[in-house]
Design a protein. Structure first.
Lengths: 271, 494
């Protein structure tokens, strides 16, 4: 009983929190791929300078939700989004919002490392260059170095900045992609299973990096690994069959979830 | 039996063997095919193959070898005074004998008896029967023709007998070998494998054969004209290849032809590359799946139009149109209606060839651009790049090696293209830079040197082979280089 009331108190606190502490707010978000509905009225808020993990079995809509946050779903033929998503109180699906600007503010790291077939330097400089973030070469060098340092890659690659980015190992490639996303100074970074193609050591490095990035960025990460969600996130949201089952503090989620389905999934009974 | 009849008999034997072999295999297995090593059909196929393949090989060898034997025997029976003649003369005589032999098959016995007394009438008599002879036959020819016919008949009979005996023996021997544990499948598959190998080696052997024949003819040419003069000569003036007219030694300079080829190819690529590339970018990046599903096959149909059609499109429409419009233009600017673009010109040929090449460029590039992984596009879009930035800075650079390969392949097509330039480029072998004037290409000259009444020993004709091998070498190099680039590009993403 005591536990229950504690949860109730926390919920009350949640409600009291002003919208300002939420970086992004999703309101009744539904996604359709053609006739098929992939997301059902999801209400999920993303807190500032917090790592929010999205978990759930395959095909539950967690990646779909992630991609609505920077409108990457726009690139998919026949995909339609309803509901409202705001970034700092701006509706990102508003006609006034330029999707290009949005994606500069909400960066993305993908499942498979996808460095461009260019040099390491050019991979990082790509984003700042198109957004005009550097006045001159020295500025650009500085941005490249800072981004690589943020991604914990600087010491490994500083002597071969002008070699191809595809020549790095898988883990280095993924950190390069994170550095690339960081280089355009986004406010939010979305990560779609960033470690699923990496070995455990590279995974540990990326997780450590996520931990450090939290100080400056709001991070939303989709993961298949429950342990990873527990390790890197403060908030966890559980999706099932296109619906948001539960969203809670990570600690609570993994010890005493409110929903039976979350319990079952975390215990490994399905998914 | 005639050859088609023998083949028919072999086919019937094969079917019978298949049926019998299958039945026997099943009977031996007690009606249960699971008792057999291979499926029962393989036993039938094994018997059929054993019956027909050796027989067919013997038949083929016999058909090829027996005429040589018979011909040499008949020729050795020629009178002494014929044998002392030149080889060409003997060949002519033998041709007469062959004609006579065919003719005598048509005649009845009485007619032969009637004319053998007077061979001079034979020619007119055969003429009425539809067999034309080159000259009046001499008496010894009639005898030889009789020999020829007799030998051919005997050969045909022996061949029929041998082939049928081999077929039946093969059938019988293989039929008795059928046993439940007999590995029929392995044997049949070995035969099928060798058939597949044979089929693919035919293409390779043919290519080698073509190159060899071009090389030998080209060496004959280079025996008459020095390679230096050919490859570095700046004047193309082969004169006429009149038989026996040795005085008219021409000049065979490759340079003007090569210049024309490259110039027209350049103009064609100037048209085809931008249009083709832009359409490829539209198709792969912007077009909706519906548009793409209609437009892409349409473009590929365009690639299937025979080039002769483009040729007369150039000749009857584009050329005159350019000529008239240039006349109008000069009329407007100078007041004098003189066309500065010739109907047959580098521009006409290059433009129409460019149109022809558009589908190659766009279809090949489209495939290559589409093959750029979606992840790269997403990565760029996810950084806030616009679609056009993504295409210009990520997709195209990634696709570039493949696109260059595609363009090289297209260029080699442009260089080897014949019909359009024959009709639209003109025949004047000149070295000049004005695209409104006619020029000519290597392919046009090959056509013009090889059409008409020819003597295949003069340099005027042999030069076509030298031109051909040069062209082949150029396009081969381009294609190999293109393949090399495309392959290197593929490795990047696999």
């Amino acid at each position: 009983m005591n536990m229950m009331s504690e949860a109730a108190v926390e919920k009350a606190l949640d409600k009291k929190m002003t919208d300002m502490s939420y970086k992004m707010i999703g309101n009744d978000v539904s996604v359709y791929y053609g006739e098929k509905r992939a997301l059902f009225d999801v209400n999920l808020n993303v807190r500032e300078n917090t790592v929010t993990a999205l978990i759930g079995p395959s095909g539950c809509g967690k990646s779909t939700f992630l991609r609505t946050l920077n409108r990457m779903n726009d690139t998919i033929e026949g995909c339609r989004v309803t509901g409202k998503i705001t970034l700092d109180n701006d509706d990102i699906y508003d006609k006034e919002i330029d999707v290009v600007e949005l994606r500069a503010r909400v960066g993305m790291v993908f499942q498979k490392p996808n460095p461009f077939p260019k040099s390491i330097y050019e991979n990082i400089a790509y984003g700042p260059r198109i957004h005009g973030l550097a006045r001159n070469k020295a500025d650009m060098d500085q941005i490249v170095e800072a981004s690589l340092q943020r991604a914990g890659l600087w010491t490994e690659v500083k002597d071969r900045l002008h070699e191809g980015g595809t020549g790095l190992s898988g883990g280095q490639q993924q950190r390069l992609c994170i550095a690339r996303a960081v280089a355009v100074s986004p406010e939010v970074i979305l990560m779609d299973e960033p470690c699923s193609a990496l070995d455990p050591i590279a995974t540990a490095k990326v997780e450590e990096l996520i931990h450090e990035l939290r100080a400056n960025y709001t991070i939303v990460i989709v993961t298949h690994s429950m342990q990873q969600a527990a390790r890197v996130s403060q908030r966890t949201a559980m999706f099932h069959l296109g619906q948001l089952v539960e969203e809670n503090d990570t600690d609570k989620m993994f010890t005493n979830p409110d929903d039976q389905r979350t319990q079952d999934y975390i215990m490994g009974r399905f998914g | 039996m005639s050859t088609p009849l023998i083949l028919l008999a072999l086919a019937i034997i094969a079917i019978a063997c298949y049926v019998a072999g299958t039945r026997r295999a099943l009977a031996i297995a007690g009606g249960l095919s699971s008792n057999l090593h291979s499926r029962q059909g393989y036993y039938g196929s094994f018997v059929a193959i054993c019956a027909t393949v050796p027989a067919a090989i013997v038949l083929a060898v016999w058909l090829i070898a027996s005429p040589f034997y018979i011909n040499s025997t008949v020729m050795s029976g020629f009178p002494e005074e014929v044998k002392t003649q030149s080889e060409a003369q003997q060949g002519l005589s033998f041709g007469m004998v062959g004609g006579l032999a065919r003719g005598m098959d048509v005649l009845t016995l009485e007619e032969i008896d009637a004319v053998s007394a007077n061979p001079a009438e034979l020619r007119s008599l055969l003429g009425t029967k539809g067999v034309a002879l080159a000259g009046d036959p001499e008496p010894w020819m009639v005898v030889s023709a009789g020999d020829l016919n007799a030998m051919q008949k005997i050969s045909s009979r022996i061949m029929t007998a041998v082939v049928l005996i081999i077929a039946l023996a093969g059938a019988g021997l293989s039929y008795v070998r059928i046993a439940p544990r007999f590995r029929a499948r392995n044997r049949v598959e070995k035969v099928i494998l060798s058939a597949l190998v044979l089929a693919s080696s035919i293409a390779i052997v043919t290519t080698i054969g073509i190159v060899m024949s071009m090389l030998t003819e080209a060496t004959h040419f280079f025996g008459r004209v020095s390679p230096w003069e050919f490859f570095f000569g700046t004047v193309w003036d082969p004169r006429f290849a009149a038989a026996g007219a040795t005085a008219s030694e021409g000049q065979f300079g490759l340079i003007p032809l090569l210049a024309g080829t490259l110039y027209i190819g350049f103009v064609a690529m100037l048209v085809a590359v931008p249009v083709g590339l832009f359409s490829a970018i539209y198709m792969s990046e912007y077009a909706s799946p519906r548009v793409r599903s209609i437009a892409k096959p349409l473009l590929e149909v365009l690639a299937g139009i025979p080039t002769i059609v483009y040729g007369f499109f150039a000749l009857t429409s584009v050329g005159p149109f350019l000529r008239d419009i240039s006349a109008q233009l000069s009329g407007l600017t100078t007041g004098e209606y003189a066309n500065f673009i010739q109907a047959q010109s580098v521009l006409t040929a290059g433009f129409v060839m460019g149109i022809m090449l558009i589908p190659y460029v766009s279809s090949l590039s489209d495939d290559i651009i589409t093959a750029v992984p979606r992840a790269l596009r997403d990565g760029s879009l996810g950084l806030g790049a616009t679609k056009s930035e993504t295409i210009k800075k990520v997709v195209m650079p990634a696709a570039l090696p493949g696109v260059v390969g595609a363009l090289l392949m297209t260029a080699s097509r442009a260089i080897g293209e014949t019909m359009i330039v024959v009709l639209a480029a003109g025949v004047a072998a000149r070295m000049q830079l004005n695209p409104f004037e006619p020029m000519t290409t290597v392919t046009v000259k090959i056509v013009s040197q090889l059409t008409g009444d020819l003597e295949f020993t003069s340099p005027q004709t042999l030069v076509a082979f030298a031109l051909g091998i040069t062209l082949f070498a150029i396009t081969l190099c381009l294609n190999i280089y293109a393949l090399f680039i495309v392959r290197k590009y593929r490795e990047q993403y696999e």
